[in-house]
Design a protein around this ligand. Structure first.
Ligand code: TRP
Length: 461
Protein backbone atom coordinates (compact mmCIF):
# COMPACT_ATOMS: atom_id res chain seq x y z
CA UNK A 1 0.00 0.00 0.00
CA UNK A 2 1.41 3.40 -0.89
CA UNK A 3 1.84 5.98 1.82
CA UNK A 4 -1.03 8.00 0.43
CA UNK A 5 -3.36 5.06 0.32
CA UNK A 6 -2.52 4.29 3.93
CA UNK A 7 -3.46 7.81 4.90
CA UNK A 8 -6.64 7.54 2.89
CA UNK A 9 -7.78 4.17 4.10
CA UNK A 10 -10.02 5.38 6.91
CA UNK A 11 -11.56 8.11 4.76
CA UNK A 12 -15.20 8.52 5.69
CA UNK A 13 -18.18 9.89 3.84
CA UNK A 14 -20.00 12.90 5.24
CA UNK A 15 -23.36 11.36 4.44
CA UNK A 16 -23.24 8.14 6.43
CA UNK A 17 -22.64 4.60 5.27
CA UNK A 18 -24.74 1.67 4.12
CA UNK A 19 -25.64 -0.48 7.07
CA UNK A 20 -24.52 -3.65 5.31
CA UNK A 21 -23.24 -5.08 2.05
CA UNK A 22 -26.77 -6.17 1.23
CA UNK A 23 -28.00 -2.62 1.70
CA UNK A 24 -25.57 -1.39 -0.91
CA UNK A 25 -26.47 -4.08 -3.42
CA UNK A 26 -30.13 -3.27 -2.84
CA UNK A 27 -29.60 0.44 -3.29
CA UNK A 28 -27.68 0.07 -6.54
CA UNK A 29 -30.28 -2.44 -7.74
CA UNK A 30 -32.96 0.05 -6.80
CA UNK A 31 -31.17 2.65 -8.86
CA UNK A 32 -30.74 0.39 -11.86
CA UNK A 33 -34.17 -1.21 -11.91
CA UNK A 34 -36.77 1.32 -12.87
CA UNK A 35 -38.63 2.82 -15.78
CA UNK A 36 -35.58 2.06 -17.90
CA UNK A 37 -36.36 -1.65 -17.74
CA UNK A 38 -40.12 -1.68 -17.97
CA UNK A 39 -40.93 1.50 -19.89
CA UNK A 40 -37.88 2.39 -21.93
CA UNK A 41 -36.27 -0.90 -22.94
CA UNK A 42 -39.38 -2.28 -24.70
CA UNK A 43 -40.18 0.89 -26.61
CA UNK A 44 -36.62 1.64 -27.71
CA UNK A 45 -36.20 -2.01 -28.74
CA UNK A 46 -39.51 -1.74 -30.61
CA UNK A 47 -38.49 1.45 -32.40
CA UNK A 48 -35.19 -0.09 -33.44
CA UNK A 49 -36.47 -3.34 -34.87
CA UNK A 50 -36.03 -5.80 -31.97
CA UNK A 51 -33.57 -8.70 -32.19
CA UNK A 52 -30.42 -7.06 -33.51
CA UNK A 53 -30.90 -4.10 -31.14
CA UNK A 54 -31.30 -6.50 -28.20
CA UNK A 55 -28.11 -8.31 -29.16
CA UNK A 56 -26.09 -5.07 -29.28
CA UNK A 57 -27.72 -4.01 -26.02
CA UNK A 58 -26.64 -7.22 -24.27
CA UNK A 59 -23.08 -6.91 -25.56
CA UNK A 60 -22.92 -3.30 -24.37
CA UNK A 61 -24.28 -4.25 -20.94
CA UNK A 62 -21.61 -6.84 -20.29
CA UNK A 63 -18.50 -5.51 -22.00
CA UNK A 64 -19.08 -1.77 -21.55
CA UNK A 65 -21.63 -1.23 -18.79
CA UNK A 66 -20.33 -3.78 -16.29
CA UNK A 67 -16.68 -2.61 -16.28
CA UNK A 68 -17.84 1.00 -16.06
CA UNK A 69 -20.10 0.20 -13.13
CA UNK A 70 -17.13 -1.40 -11.35
CA UNK A 71 -15.01 1.64 -12.18
CA UNK A 72 -17.61 4.01 -10.78
CA UNK A 73 -17.98 2.10 -7.54
CA UNK A 74 -14.25 1.77 -6.95
CA UNK A 75 -13.64 5.45 -7.68
CA UNK A 76 -16.52 6.40 -5.39
CA UNK A 77 -15.31 4.27 -2.52
CA UNK A 78 -11.73 5.50 -2.82
CA UNK A 79 -12.72 9.16 -2.85
CA UNK A 80 -15.67 9.00 -0.45
CA UNK A 81 -17.00 12.36 -1.57
CA UNK A 82 -19.52 13.53 -4.13
CA UNK A 83 -18.52 12.53 -7.69
CA UNK A 84 -17.11 15.96 -8.61
CA UNK A 85 -14.95 16.24 -5.49
CA UNK A 86 -13.95 12.58 -5.66
CA UNK A 87 -12.72 12.78 -9.24
CA UNK A 88 -10.83 16.01 -8.51
CA UNK A 89 -9.23 14.52 -5.42
CA UNK A 90 -8.24 11.25 -7.06
CA UNK A 91 -7.09 13.05 -10.19
CA UNK A 92 -4.58 14.91 -8.09
CA UNK A 93 -3.69 11.94 -5.90
CA UNK A 94 -3.00 9.75 -8.93
CA UNK A 95 -0.64 12.32 -10.40
CA UNK A 96 -2.98 13.78 -13.02
CA UNK A 97 -5.05 16.92 -12.49
CA UNK A 98 -7.99 18.15 -10.43
CA UNK A 99 -9.77 18.91 -13.71
CA UNK A 100 -11.12 15.36 -13.65
CA UNK A 101 -13.65 16.83 -11.27
CA UNK A 102 -15.40 18.27 -14.30
CA UNK A 103 -16.57 14.77 -15.19
CA UNK A 104 -18.37 14.70 -11.87
CA UNK A 105 -19.81 18.16 -12.45
CA UNK A 106 -21.13 17.08 -15.86
CA UNK A 107 -22.72 14.11 -14.11
CA UNK A 108 -24.46 16.38 -11.64
CA UNK A 109 -26.14 18.20 -14.52
CA UNK A 110 -26.74 15.02 -16.52
CA UNK A 111 -28.58 13.47 -13.61
CA UNK A 112 -30.75 16.55 -13.22
CA UNK A 113 -31.64 16.57 -16.92
CA UNK A 114 -32.54 12.88 -16.86
CA UNK A 115 -34.65 13.24 -13.75
CA UNK A 116 -36.55 16.15 -15.32
CA UNK A 117 -38.19 13.79 -17.81
CA UNK A 118 -37.96 10.63 -15.72
CA UNK A 119 -40.24 12.24 -13.17
CA UNK A 120 -42.87 13.00 -15.81
CA UNK A 121 -43.03 9.36 -16.91
CA UNK A 122 -43.09 8.25 -13.26
CA UNK A 123 -46.05 10.61 -12.90
CA UNK A 124 -47.87 8.65 -15.61
CA UNK A 125 -47.24 5.51 -13.58
CA UNK A 126 -48.61 7.15 -10.42
CA UNK A 127 -51.77 8.20 -12.23
CA UNK A 128 -52.20 4.61 -13.46
CA UNK A 129 -52.45 3.44 -9.85
CA UNK A 130 -55.66 5.43 -9.54
CA UNK A 131 -57.01 4.16 -12.86
CA UNK A 132 -56.23 0.60 -11.79
CA UNK A 133 -58.04 0.82 -8.46
CA UNK A 134 -61.17 2.26 -10.01
CA UNK A 135 -61.26 -0.44 -12.67
CA UNK A 136 -60.85 1.87 -15.69
CA UNK A 137 -58.94 -0.81 -17.58
CA UNK A 138 -61.49 -3.60 -17.17
CA UNK A 139 -62.63 -5.04 -20.52
CA UNK A 140 -61.16 -2.17 -22.53
CA UNK A 141 -59.83 -2.65 -26.04
CA UNK A 142 -56.70 -1.02 -27.43
CA UNK A 143 -58.59 2.13 -28.42
CA UNK A 144 -60.13 2.45 -24.95
CA UNK A 145 -56.74 2.16 -23.26
CA UNK A 146 -55.25 4.69 -25.67
CA UNK A 147 -57.99 7.12 -24.73
CA UNK A 148 -57.19 6.75 -21.03
CA UNK A 149 -53.48 7.23 -21.71
CA UNK A 150 -54.28 10.26 -23.84
CA UNK A 151 -56.41 11.81 -21.11
CA UNK A 152 -53.38 11.90 -18.80
CA UNK A 153 -50.58 12.67 -21.20
CA UNK A 154 -52.60 15.00 -23.40
CA UNK A 155 -53.61 17.30 -20.59
CA UNK A 156 -50.64 19.31 -19.44
CA UNK A 157 -51.97 20.16 -16.03
CA UNK A 158 -52.91 16.55 -15.23
CA UNK A 159 -49.45 15.34 -16.23
CA UNK A 160 -47.83 18.29 -14.43
CA UNK A 161 -49.76 17.46 -11.27
CA UNK A 162 -48.48 13.89 -11.16
CA UNK A 163 -44.96 15.07 -12.02
CA UNK A 164 -45.17 17.49 -9.10
CA UNK A 165 -46.27 14.74 -6.72
CA UNK A 166 -43.46 12.45 -7.86
CA UNK A 167 -40.80 15.16 -7.47
CA UNK A 168 -42.10 15.95 -3.98
CA UNK A 169 -41.80 12.28 -2.99
CA UNK A 170 -38.26 12.14 -4.37
CA UNK A 171 -37.07 15.31 -2.64
CA UNK A 172 -38.58 14.02 0.59
CA UNK A 173 -36.43 10.87 0.60
CA UNK A 174 -33.27 12.54 -0.68
CA UNK A 175 -33.55 15.21 2.01
CA UNK A 176 -33.57 12.49 4.66
CA UNK A 177 -30.31 10.92 3.49
CA UNK A 178 -29.15 7.64 2.09
CA UNK A 179 -30.13 5.27 4.84
CA UNK A 180 -33.60 6.47 5.73
CA UNK A 181 -36.18 4.40 3.95
CA UNK A 182 -34.37 3.61 0.74
CA UNK A 183 -33.13 0.19 1.83
CA UNK A 184 -36.53 -0.87 3.04
CA UNK A 185 -38.27 0.28 -0.14
CA UNK A 186 -35.95 -1.75 -2.34
CA UNK A 187 -36.21 -4.85 -0.18
CA UNK A 188 -39.83 -5.47 -1.14
CA UNK A 189 -39.91 -3.60 -4.45
CA UNK A 190 -37.58 -5.79 -6.49
CA UNK A 191 -39.00 -9.19 -5.43
CA UNK A 192 -42.55 -7.84 -5.71
CA UNK A 193 -41.95 -6.48 -9.18
CA UNK A 194 -40.49 -9.82 -10.25
CA UNK A 195 -43.54 -11.75 -9.05
CA UNK A 196 -45.89 -9.47 -10.95
CA UNK A 197 -43.78 -9.57 -14.07
CA UNK A 198 -44.18 -13.33 -14.00
CA UNK A 199 -47.95 -13.01 -13.64
CA UNK A 200 -47.97 -10.76 -16.70
CA UNK A 201 -45.67 -13.11 -18.56
CA UNK A 202 -48.16 -15.88 -17.84
CA UNK A 203 -50.87 -13.77 -19.44
CA UNK A 204 -48.72 -13.04 -22.48
CA UNK A 205 -48.22 -16.73 -23.01
CA UNK A 206 -51.97 -17.16 -23.38
CA UNK A 207 -52.34 -14.52 -26.10
CA UNK A 208 -51.27 -16.92 -28.82
CA UNK A 209 -48.59 -14.48 -29.91
CA UNK A 210 -45.79 -15.49 -27.56
CA UNK A 211 -43.81 -17.00 -30.41
CA UNK A 212 -43.95 -13.74 -32.34
CA UNK A 213 -42.82 -11.80 -29.30
CA UNK A 214 -39.94 -14.17 -28.75
CA UNK A 215 -38.94 -14.00 -32.40
CA UNK A 216 -39.13 -10.20 -32.42
CA UNK A 217 -36.80 -9.90 -29.45
CA UNK A 218 -34.34 -12.65 -30.20
CA UNK A 219 -34.14 -13.10 -33.96
CA UNK A 220 -31.63 -10.49 -35.09
CA UNK A 221 -32.60 -8.64 -38.24
CA UNK A 222 -29.36 -6.86 -39.02
CA UNK A 223 -30.94 -4.73 -41.71
CA UNK A 224 -32.79 -2.88 -38.91
CA UNK A 225 -29.49 -2.07 -37.26
CA UNK A 226 -28.77 1.47 -38.37
CA UNK A 227 -25.85 3.38 -36.82
CA UNK A 228 -28.41 5.22 -34.74
CA UNK A 229 -29.92 1.96 -33.51
CA UNK A 230 -26.49 0.86 -32.33
CA UNK A 231 -26.07 4.19 -30.54
CA UNK A 232 -29.54 3.80 -29.01
CA UNK A 233 -28.66 0.29 -27.78
CA UNK A 234 -25.49 1.56 -26.14
CA UNK A 235 -27.33 4.54 -24.64
CA UNK A 236 -30.00 2.23 -23.28
CA UNK A 237 -27.34 0.03 -21.66
CA UNK A 238 -25.90 3.05 -19.82
CA UNK A 239 -29.34 4.33 -18.88
CA UNK A 240 -30.62 1.03 -17.59
CA UNK A 241 -27.52 0.33 -15.50
CA UNK A 242 -27.46 3.91 -14.14
CA UNK A 243 -23.86 4.39 -15.22
CA UNK A 244 -22.10 7.33 -16.86
CA UNK A 245 -23.12 10.21 -14.64
CA UNK A 246 -21.74 9.32 -11.23
CA UNK A 247 -24.94 8.03 -9.62
CA UNK A 248 -23.34 4.71 -8.79
CA UNK A 249 -20.12 6.55 -7.88
CA UNK A 250 -22.07 8.59 -5.33
CA UNK A 251 -23.46 5.39 -3.84
CA UNK A 252 -19.99 3.80 -3.85
CA UNK A 253 -18.84 6.60 -1.55
CA UNK A 254 -21.00 5.10 1.20
CA UNK A 255 -19.74 1.54 0.70
CA UNK A 256 -17.90 -0.30 3.50
CA UNK A 257 -14.31 -1.37 2.74
CA UNK A 258 -14.86 -5.10 2.83
CA UNK A 259 -17.57 -5.42 0.20
CA UNK A 260 -16.66 -7.11 -3.09
CA UNK A 261 -17.26 -4.59 -5.85
CA UNK A 262 -17.01 -7.26 -8.53
CA UNK A 263 -19.68 -9.50 -7.02
CA UNK A 264 -22.02 -6.64 -6.24
CA UNK A 265 -21.73 -5.25 -9.78
CA UNK A 266 -22.30 -8.61 -11.36
CA UNK A 267 -25.42 -9.21 -9.28
CA UNK A 268 -26.88 -5.81 -10.12
CA UNK A 269 -26.15 -6.01 -13.83
CA UNK A 270 -27.67 -9.50 -14.08
CA UNK A 271 -30.82 -8.57 -12.19
CA UNK A 272 -31.29 -5.43 -14.25
CA UNK A 273 -30.88 -7.23 -17.55
CA UNK A 274 -33.17 -10.06 -16.50
CA UNK A 275 -35.97 -7.65 -15.64
CA UNK A 276 -35.63 -5.73 -18.91
CA UNK A 277 -35.82 -8.92 -20.96
CA UNK A 278 -38.79 -10.08 -18.91
CA UNK A 279 -40.57 -6.80 -19.65
CA UNK A 280 -39.87 -7.15 -23.36
CA UNK A 281 -41.05 -10.76 -23.42
CA UNK A 282 -44.28 -9.73 -21.72
CA UNK A 283 -45.06 -6.69 -23.79
CA UNK A 284 -44.46 -7.75 -27.40
CA UNK A 285 -46.94 -10.66 -27.46
CA UNK A 286 -49.59 -8.20 -26.26
CA UNK A 287 -48.51 -5.73 -28.94
CA UNK A 288 -48.88 -8.31 -31.71
CA UNK A 289 -52.07 -9.85 -30.34
CA UNK A 290 -53.78 -6.46 -30.43
CA UNK A 291 -52.47 -5.28 -33.75
CA UNK A 292 -50.42 -2.50 -32.15
CA UNK A 293 -47.13 -1.28 -33.53
CA UNK A 294 -43.87 -2.16 -31.72
CA UNK A 295 -42.56 1.26 -32.69
CA UNK A 296 -45.28 3.31 -31.06
CA UNK A 297 -42.88 5.12 -28.74
CA UNK A 298 -42.96 6.18 -25.10
CA UNK A 299 -46.62 5.21 -24.66
CA UNK A 300 -45.98 1.55 -25.52
CA UNK A 301 -45.99 0.07 -22.01
CA UNK A 302 -48.81 2.27 -20.83
CA UNK A 303 -50.97 1.16 -23.75
CA UNK A 304 -50.21 -2.55 -23.66
CA UNK A 305 -50.03 -3.77 -20.07
CA UNK A 306 -53.45 -2.36 -19.10
CA UNK A 307 -54.91 -4.52 -21.90
CA UNK A 308 -53.50 -7.57 -20.15
CA UNK A 309 -54.76 -6.48 -16.75
CA UNK A 310 -58.17 -5.56 -18.13
CA UNK A 311 -58.63 -9.06 -19.50
CA UNK A 312 -57.43 -11.26 -16.65
CA UNK A 313 -59.16 -12.41 -13.47
CA UNK A 314 -58.02 -10.36 -10.53
CA UNK A 315 -56.81 -7.74 -13.00
CA UNK A 316 -57.84 -4.81 -10.82
CA UNK A 317 -55.67 -6.00 -7.95
CA UNK A 318 -52.75 -7.04 -10.15
CA UNK A 319 -52.81 -3.74 -12.02
CA UNK A 320 -52.92 -1.70 -8.84
CA UNK A 321 -50.04 -3.57 -7.28
CA UNK A 322 -48.06 -3.47 -10.52
CA UNK A 323 -48.24 0.29 -11.03
CA UNK A 324 -47.58 0.80 -7.34
CA UNK A 325 -44.42 -1.28 -7.64
CA UNK A 326 -43.41 0.39 -10.88
CA UNK A 327 -43.77 3.76 -9.19
CA UNK A 328 -41.62 2.51 -6.32
CA UNK A 329 -39.03 1.28 -8.79
CA UNK A 330 -39.03 4.70 -10.43
CA UNK A 331 -38.75 6.33 -7.02
CA UNK A 332 -35.64 4.40 -5.97
CA UNK A 333 -34.08 5.29 -9.35
CA UNK A 334 -35.01 8.95 -9.08
CA UNK A 335 -33.37 9.17 -5.68
CA UNK A 336 -30.09 8.06 -7.22
CA UNK A 337 -30.46 10.61 -10.01
CA UNK A 338 -30.57 13.37 -7.40
CA UNK A 339 -27.94 12.04 -5.02
CA UNK A 340 -24.87 13.26 -6.93
CA UNK A 341 -26.23 16.79 -7.27
CA UNK A 342 -27.40 16.93 -3.66
CA UNK A 343 -24.14 15.61 -2.21
CA UNK A 344 -22.26 18.08 -4.41
CA UNK A 345 -24.27 21.07 -3.19
CA UNK A 346 -23.99 20.00 0.44
CA UNK A 347 -20.23 19.52 0.27
CA UNK A 348 -19.45 22.54 -1.89
CA UNK A 349 -21.61 25.12 -0.18
CA UNK A 350 -22.08 23.63 3.28
CA UNK A 351 -25.84 23.83 3.07
CA UNK A 352 -28.12 21.30 4.75
CA UNK A 353 -29.33 18.24 2.87
CA UNK A 354 -32.90 19.50 3.13
CA UNK A 355 -32.00 22.84 1.54
CA UNK A 356 -29.86 21.21 -1.13
CA UNK A 357 -32.48 18.64 -2.07
CA UNK A 358 -35.21 21.28 -2.20
CA UNK A 359 -33.26 23.64 -4.46
CA UNK A 360 -32.16 20.87 -6.83
CA UNK A 361 -35.64 19.35 -6.81
CA UNK A 362 -37.18 22.73 -7.66
CA UNK A 363 -34.91 23.24 -10.65
CA UNK A 364 -35.59 19.71 -11.92
CA UNK A 365 -39.32 20.18 -11.45
CA UNK A 366 -39.30 23.35 -13.55
CA UNK A 367 -37.26 21.69 -16.29
CA UNK A 368 -39.71 18.79 -16.24
CA UNK A 369 -42.54 21.04 -17.37
CA UNK A 370 -40.84 21.08 -20.78
CA UNK A 371 -41.28 17.33 -21.03
CA UNK A 372 -44.84 17.50 -19.72
CA UNK A 373 -45.66 19.85 -22.58
CA UNK A 374 -43.79 17.83 -25.20
CA UNK A 375 -46.78 15.50 -25.19
CA UNK A 376 -49.49 18.15 -25.52
CA UNK A 377 -49.20 21.91 -26.11
CA UNK A 378 -45.65 21.68 -27.46
CA UNK A 379 -46.02 18.36 -29.28
CA UNK A 380 -45.74 20.08 -32.66
CA UNK A 381 -42.56 21.93 -31.74
CA UNK A 382 -39.82 19.68 -33.05
CA UNK A 383 -36.12 20.14 -33.80
CA UNK A 384 -33.07 17.84 -34.21
CA UNK A 385 -34.18 14.56 -32.57
CA UNK A 386 -37.87 15.53 -32.30
CA UNK A 387 -39.78 17.10 -29.42
CA UNK A 388 -38.09 18.69 -26.43
CA UNK A 389 -38.46 15.35 -24.63
CA UNK A 390 -36.90 13.44 -27.54
CA UNK A 391 -33.95 15.83 -27.53
CA UNK A 392 -33.43 15.61 -23.78
CA UNK A 393 -33.56 11.85 -23.98
CA UNK A 394 -31.15 11.70 -26.92
CA UNK A 395 -28.73 14.18 -25.40
CA UNK A 396 -28.60 12.44 -22.02
CA UNK A 397 -28.85 8.71 -22.88
CA UNK A 398 -27.02 8.65 -26.17
CA UNK A 399 -24.41 11.37 -25.67
CA UNK A 400 -23.84 12.44 -22.07
CA UNK A 401 -23.93 9.00 -20.43
CA UNK A 402 -21.62 7.26 -22.93
CA UNK A 403 -19.24 10.24 -22.88
CA UNK A 404 -19.24 10.35 -19.09
CA UNK A 405 -18.77 6.59 -18.97
CA UNK A 406 -15.87 6.83 -21.41
CA UNK A 407 -14.08 9.39 -19.24
CA UNK A 408 -14.78 7.40 -16.08
CA UNK A 409 -13.40 4.18 -17.50
CA UNK A 410 -10.35 5.96 -18.96
CA UNK A 411 -9.78 7.47 -15.53
CA UNK A 412 -10.04 4.12 -13.73
CA UNK A 413 -8.07 2.23 -16.36
CA UNK A 414 -5.36 4.70 -17.37
CA UNK A 415 -5.06 7.46 -14.79
CA UNK A 416 -5.40 5.45 -11.60
CA UNK A 417 -2.44 3.18 -10.98
CA UNK A 418 -2.92 -0.57 -10.86
CA UNK A 419 -2.07 -0.56 -7.16
CA UNK A 420 -5.03 1.64 -6.33
CA UNK A 421 -7.56 -0.16 -8.48
CA UNK A 422 -6.48 -3.66 -7.52
CA UNK A 423 -6.67 -2.67 -3.88
CA UNK A 424 -10.31 -1.64 -4.36
CA UNK A 425 -11.16 -4.69 -6.45
CA UNK A 426 -9.69 -7.14 -3.96
CA UNK A 427 -6.34 -8.17 -5.43
CA UNK A 428 -4.75 -8.65 -8.83
CA UNK A 429 -6.21 -12.02 -9.80
CA UNK A 430 -7.79 -13.15 -13.04
CA UNK A 431 -11.02 -11.25 -12.54
CA UNK A 432 -9.06 -8.08 -11.88
CA UNK A 433 -7.07 -8.49 -15.08
CA UNK A 434 -10.27 -9.09 -17.01
CA UNK A 435 -11.77 -5.90 -15.59
CA UNK A 436 -8.64 -3.92 -16.37
CA UNK A 437 -8.57 -5.12 -19.96
CA UNK A 438 -12.23 -4.24 -20.45
CA UNK A 439 -11.85 -0.88 -18.70
CA UNK A 440 -8.68 0.18 -20.54
CA UNK A 441 -9.39 -1.15 -24.01
CA UNK A 442 -12.72 -2.71 -24.77
CA UNK A 443 -15.11 -0.20 -23.17
CA UNK A 444 -13.36 3.00 -24.39
CA UNK A 445 -12.82 1.68 -27.90
CA UNK A 446 -16.42 0.45 -28.13
CA UNK A 447 -17.84 3.82 -27.07
CA UNK A 448 -15.62 5.71 -29.50
CA UNK A 449 -16.46 3.38 -32.40
CA UNK A 450 -20.19 3.63 -31.76
CA UNK A 451 -19.92 7.44 -31.67
CA UNK A 452 -17.87 7.61 -34.85
CA UNK A 453 -20.26 5.24 -36.53
CA UNK A 454 -23.27 7.32 -35.52
CA UNK A 455 -21.83 10.51 -36.95
CA UNK A 456 -21.03 8.70 -40.15
CA UNK A 457 -17.25 8.57 -39.98
CA UNK A 458 -17.36 4.76 -39.92
CA UNK A 459 -19.94 2.47 -41.37
CA UNK A 460 -19.85 -0.90 -39.67
CA UNK A 461 -23.61 -1.30 -39.81
N1 TRP B 1 -31.42 3.07 -14.36
C1 TRP B 1 -32.66 3.68 -14.04
C2 TRP B 1 -33.76 2.98 -14.81
O1 TRP B 1 -33.49 2.05 -15.52
C3 TRP B 1 -32.63 5.17 -14.28
C4 TRP B 1 -31.49 5.82 -13.61
C5 TRP B 1 -31.32 5.94 -12.27
C6 TRP B 1 -30.34 6.35 -14.22
N2 TRP B 1 -30.13 6.54 -12.01
C7 TRP B 1 -29.50 6.80 -13.18
C8 TRP B 1 -29.95 6.49 -15.53
C9 TRP B 1 -28.26 7.36 -13.48
C10 TRP B 1 -28.71 7.05 -15.81
C11 TRP B 1 -27.87 7.48 -14.80
O2 TRP B 1 -34.88 3.35 -14.74
Amino acid sequence: MSEEAAVNAPRKSLHGHWSSRMAFVLAVTGSAVGLGNVWKFPYVAGENGGGAFVLVYLICVFVVGLPIMMSEILIGRRGRRNPAATMALLGEEEGSTRRWGLVGVAGVFGGMLILSYYSVIAGWSLSYIGHSITGSFTDQDAAGISAIFGSIVGSWWTAAGWHTLFMALTVFVVAKGVEGGLERAVRFMVPGLLVLMFVLLGYSMTTGYFQQGLAFLFTPDFSALTPNAVLAAMGQAFFSLSVGMGAVMAYGAYLPEDTSITKASFAVVSADTFIALLAGLTIFPIVFANGLSPGSGPGLVFQTLPLAFGNMTGGVIFATVFFLLLSFAAWTSAISLMEAATAWLVESFRVSRVAAASVIGGIIWALGLGTVMSFNVLSEVTFLAGTLFDNLDFLTSNIMLPLGGLLITVFAGWIMCANSTSEELGGAGRLYRAWRFLARWVAPVAVILVFLNAIGVLSFT
